[in-house]
Design a binder for this molecule. Sequence first.
Ligand SMILES: Nc1ncnc2c1ncn2[C@@H]1O[C@H](COP(=O)(O)OP(=O)(O)OP(=O)(O)O)[C@@H](O)[C@H]1O
Ligand SMILES: [Mg+2]
Length: 229
Amino acid sequence: MFNITNLASGYGQSQILHDLTLNVNKREIVAVMGRNGMGKTTFFKSLMGVLPQWGGQIEVDGRDVSKMETHERVANGIAYVPQGRMIFPSMTVLENIQTGLPSSAGGKVPDDLYALFPVLHEMRSRKGGNLSGGQQQQLAIARALATNPKVLLLDEPTEGIQPSIIKDIARTLKEIRNMRDLTIVVSEQVLSFTMEIADRFLVIEKGKFVVEETRENVDEAAISRYLSV
Ligand SMILES: Nc1ncnc2c1ncn2[C@@H]1O[C@H](COP(=O)(O)OP(=O)(O)OP(=O)(O)O)[C@@H](O)[C@H]1O
Ligand SMILES: [Mg+2]
C-alpha cells in the first residue's frame, strides 16, 4: 500500500538519508525507532515533500507521488503529524481541525473524529494553545485524520507526554487503524509505546535502516541497545 524505494535526501550538500526501502501493508503499523539525530524527522519530511527528495520512489496505493508537491501528496492520501505537534495556538480547536478538512466537507467535522477524541469536542471553542500537551497531540492527530488519509505518519508522538496519556494515544491509534483500515508509520524512541502498537520494527541509524523485525520475532533488548546512548 505504501512503498518507499531507495529514498535519499539531505540538507544542502550533506546527505542524511541513504537508500531507505520500506514496503508497508494496508492496516499495518510500522515503528521506525532511532536516537536523536538519526534521521527520523528528515525521513518524514522527505516523504511529505517538505524536503527535496534526492532520489528514490514513493508510492501510495499504486500511485507514484515522488514528483508531487506536499499538498498533492496529502490529496493522494498521506497525512503527517509533525514532531512537536505544530498546532495553531491562537486558533480554536475546531478551527485547527477544520484546516485539515477538504473543502467538500464544508467545515463539518466528521462525527467519528469527535467519537475518537471526545475531549476535542468538549474543548472545541478553546484556543489550541491552551490545551495540555497530550490534548494538543490528540488535536494534531485529529487534524491529520480530517484529510481522510490512507497513510498516517507520526513523528515521535509521545515526546513530552506522561505515561497514562501515552497509553491513551496507543489505544486510539489502534482504534483508528481498525476503524479506517489505516496504514501507520510512527517514529519513536519509546520502545514500550511501540511494543503496544507496532506490527513491525525498524531501527534507523545515520539515515540507514539497520534492523527490521516483525512483532513475532522482535528482540526488545537489541532494539533498546540502539536507543540508549
Ligand atoms: N535543517 C537542517 N539543516 C541541516 N542539517 C539538518 C537539518 N535538520 C536536521 N539536520 C541534521 O540531519 C540529521 C538527522 O536529523 P533529524 O532531525 O532527521 O533526526 P531525528 O532522528 O528526527 O532526531 P530527534 O529524535 O532529535 O528528533 C542530524 O544530523 C541533523 O543535525
Ligand atoms: Mg526528529
